[in-house]
Ligand binder design. Structure first.
Ligand code: NDP
Length: 328
């Protein structure tokens, strides 16, 4: 049997954490033959809830779940971690300014980056889910100078999956007949779901995009604002689908993307596709099971260029706001 992999989940007692942990423990993320040690990191006030989740995990009697450990100390929780899922973040509360939110999260992710730098396993891979996810990942990465920046990524897989689901409904083809979709930019309302290189059953995304009214007034806003629509319908933000996106993201990163197909992930820009070096931006990516690789050479038309640039500008303004605070 394989040696166990250490997976640390922050914000483990939150709604996304709760939806993710059982599937991770059941082998949906790293494979059904991969033993897993789960570490749950929570704020002191949520340790009781984390203990309850650990009891439920025990009660599943899952064959690949070696141990469940609970921490309120990041240094202990990240010691020797192979996969860090950074889900916990400070939510925006009533009356909070955007700068306050950026500041609160910048200090959390700066501290976690520094601790990962000290104690994580040599092969650590870090997936940031907590918002603002791209900027939080950028801050964690720059506070971890000994970990290659390529080991940090932020989640846009939920957005990617939402785009595939919308295309499937529009074209009347199964999700398995769709490939070549890309989410560019920030995990926010400025994200750009690009279908110009997609295959949608017998058609191309470019053919579907000829209906510009549908593209501009329906498809793009439906994908970008899906989170708000779910809050309105459900009275709570998306959790199971966010957990599912997280699992898909780590699975593809760790086990590799199949064939020529690609997915979307926010990674540290090497300065391609007009995205300044160092920004954590969503790109079309493949994984060889170790590293994300950006799909290169895609032609970007003027329609796409303007939307990518707008989201990149937002990423730059987030980083500039954090830099102005001076504490991360
Ligand atoms: P959730 O589990 O619902 O969300 C966690 C984070 O994921 C939030 O930042 C949320 O952003 C973000 N997120 C990213 N994508 C999505 C998506 N598609 N839909 C919804 N959320 C998304 O939050 P809870 O409040 O239920 O739980 C958070 C937990 O984190 C709490 O248990 C808290 O104690 C813990 N925590 C831990 C910290 C730590 O370990 N240092 C620090 C702070 C909190 P958004 O707010 O924009 O919805």
């Amino acid at each position: 049997t394989k040696p166990p992999v250490v997976v640390t989940v922050t914000g483990a007692a939150g709604t996304i954490g709760y939806a993710a942990l059982f599937r991770v423990a059941a082998g949906a993320m790293l494979g059904h033959d991969q033993p897993v040690i789960l570490r749950l990191l929570e704020l002191p006030a949520a340790i009781g809830a984390a203990e309850g989740i650990a009891m439920e995990l025990d009660d599943c009697a899952l064959p690949q779940l070696v141990d469940v450990q609970i921490y309120d100390d990041p240094r202990a929780a990240f010691d020797g971690v192979n996969h860090a899922l950074l889900i916990g973040a400070k939510p925006r509360t009533k009356g909070m300014e955007r700068a306050d939110l950026l500041s609160a999260n910048a200090s959390i992710f700066a501290a976690q980056g520094a601790v990962l730098n000290d104690v994580a396993a040599d092969d650590v891979r870090v997936t940031v889910v907590g918002n603002p996810a791209n900027t939080n990942a950028a801050i964690a990465a720059r506070n971890a100078p000994d970990i290659p920046p390529s080991r940090f990524s932020a989640l846009t897989r939920l957005d990617h999956n939402r785009a595939i689901a919308q295309l499937s409904a529009r074209a009347g083809v199964p999700v398995t007949a769709i490939d070549g979709v890309t989410i560019w930019g920030n995990h926010s309302a400025t994200q750009y779901p690009d279908i110009f290189h997609a295959r949608v059953g017998d058609r191309t995304g470019a053919q579907l995009a000829e209906d510009r009214t549908w593209l501009v007034d329906d498809f793009i806003p439906t994908v970008a604002q899906r989170g708000s629509a779910i809050i309105a319908a459900r009275g709570a933000s998306s959790a199971a689908s966010a957990a599912n996106g997280t699992i898909d993201h780590v699975q593809d990163w760790a086990l590799g993307t199949p064939g020529d197909s690609w997915t979307s992930a926010a990674i540290v820009s090497p300065g391609v596709y007009g995205v300044p070096e160092g920004l954590v931006c969503s790109f079309p990516v493949r994984s060889n099971g170790t590293d994300w690789q950006i799909v290169e050479g895609l032609e970007i038309n003027d329609f796409s260029r303007a939307r990518i640039d707008a989201s990149v500008a937002e990423l730059q303004s987030e980083i500039a706001a954090v830099d102005a605070l001076g504490d991360a």
